[in-house]
Design a protein. Sequence first.
Length: 236
Amino acid sequence: MFAGSLPAANTIVNGSFEESNGFNGTNAGFGWVSANGFADVFDVYSHTTQVWYETGSAPAGAGEWYFHTVGLATIPNGGIVEQSITLSDFSSSGNIDAGNVTFDFSAQIAGYQAGGDTAILELVFLDAASSQVGSTVTLDGTTGGADGITNTFDLFSSAGTVPANAETARVQILQATAGTSNGNDNYVDLVALDITTIPEPSTFVLGSLGLLGFLRRRRWEPIRLCACPGRVCLSP
């Protein structure tokens, strides 16, 4: 967070996938929707009993569940799971258009190495006409992250300024399949999109001057004696 900025707000609903009906449950209505139109939007595995990634690499702070796409072998590169965020819920259009709003997009990504599967997450900003503004922000799990290994959980992140005229942020989880799997072993956890507003400098200047003036006035107020015995009062 920038110095002097307002507290960041994580805009993603259920980015930890703890809200679900569990493994092989019909997981719909938990913050995510299917761009393919499937009723079963996503599935989850257990970090405790269904560890299909490299043992010991579970992300710090993770709960019981982690995401994977529902098996969709008939769809190239698997299903698309997404979430849309109304930016006006977190900052004003004036601040966005002035370039005073920043984002920090992050997720923990892993995959099933034997099947060549992993995940790619994309963030796009849309205007009032649902046209994209600015560039697509990509978290590419195929790179393997910091250790270069696709079947270990690694933190992927990207930060920048929310583009002018943006009204909606759309986050998508995509399947990346390099092998001959059924296209469902893209593992994702702890998805976050933090939105931070940096107020105009003039706001801080005026506020600081006002506070300074108040403190100086209080500091130099003369002391007068009250009529009440044992009391000391400040002059009005």
